[in-house]
Design a protein around this ligand. Structure first.
Ligand SMILES: C[S@@+](CC[C@H](N)C(=O)[O-])C[C@H]1O[C@@H](n2cnc3c(N)ncnc32)[C@H](O)[C@@H]1O
Length: 272
């Protein structure tokens, strides 16, 4: 799963995942875009077995919690030893995955894509001994739900970060994406131009089928602004306004006054 650039310069990002179940992560990391990127040397992803850092005869990683808690916890010493073995403090961004962490966001993915070395610690069972938190840089959650272990969360973080590493996906695909400049992406369509389904007809907006690229860019921007306003107004706090936006906001307000009604996704009409 590791790689190096053809010119010998080495991958621009290394990601190390510490887990009690390394085999579970091999297929997602070796297949598809991630596998190809690693083979091409754009990034290196390594999965380390936490059991290699457990020193008793049975390679025990977990024990019962103090104070009558249910289930088992990953013990601190093997996790801390693994962390120091793969990247001494300060030489990598060390992240513990936990449901009570700060929400993982695109802006973190952007920063970590340039971090040089990212280390992800996957919890299991009832979680990880609390004292591990003192030795990581961030505790990050994928959302308000509880997974069985950190492996699926690590996979998601690797996907989000890796695609921002130069050479992993085409630069063109990264332009104007959701969360780029704090906006959601405008609706997108492909062939056929007309879909008839369940008694309904839905056509691709005419502006997207025409050849006027300036009009398309304007319509897409307007739809992105409107969609963000309706679905994720919280994002607009960090949004960078462009000079042309004030006219677009005016059109959005008129549309909202004309079309807004319960059950009507008026924001998506902004492309028409
Ligand atoms: C069953 S969970 C532990 C839940 C813990 N007892 C609690 O109530 O917060 C086991 C492991 O899965 C991972 N995990 C579960 N949900 C997660 C989430 N939403 N985001 C990131 N990691 C998560 C963490 O690594 C966690 O240590």
């Amino acid at each position: 799963m590791t790689g190096g650039m053809a010119d010998g310069s080495g991958p621009s990002l290394r990601i190390t995942i510490l887990t009690a179940f390394p085999a579970w992560l091999v297929p997602p990391l070796t297949e598809g875009v991630l596998g190809r990127a690693a083979r091409a040397g754009a990034l290196a992803v390594e999965v380390r077995d936490l059991r290699a850092y457990a020193h008793d005869r049975h390679r025990t990683l977990d024990d019962e919690p103090f104070g009558m808690g249910a289930g088992m916890l990953l013990m601190a010493p093997p996790v801390l030893e693994a962390l120091d073995a793969v990247a001494p403090r300060g030489e990598a961004v060390r992240v513990l995955l936990a449901p009570d962490g700060e929400p993982f966001r695109q802006e973190m993915a952007r920063r970590w894509a340039e971090a040089g070395h990212l280390v992800l610690v996957c919890g299991r069972y009832e979680g990880v001994d609390e004292r591990v938190r003192r030795h990581v840089d961030r505790v990050v959650s994928l959302g308000d739900f509880v997974l069985m272990g950190g492996e699926a969360a690590a996979w998601a973080v690797v996907e989000a970060v890796a695609r921002l590493v130069p050479g992993v996906v085409e630069a063109r695909s990264l332009a104007e994406e959701s969360f780029d400049a704090s906006l959601l992406e405008a609706p997108q369509y492909t062939r056929p131009a007309l879909v008839r389904w369940a008694g309904e007809e839905a056509a691709v907006p005419a502006v997207l089928r025409g050849g006027d690229h300036a009009a398309q860019a304007r319509a897409r921007r307007r739809a992105a602004l409107a969609r963000t306003l309706v679905r994720r107004p919280d994002l607009l706090e960090g949004y960078e306004a462009r000079p042309e936006d004030s006219a677009l906001w005016g059109e959005i307000l008129v549309a909202a006054a004309t079309w807004a009604a319960p059950g009507v996704d008026w924001a998506d009409r902004m492309l028409y």
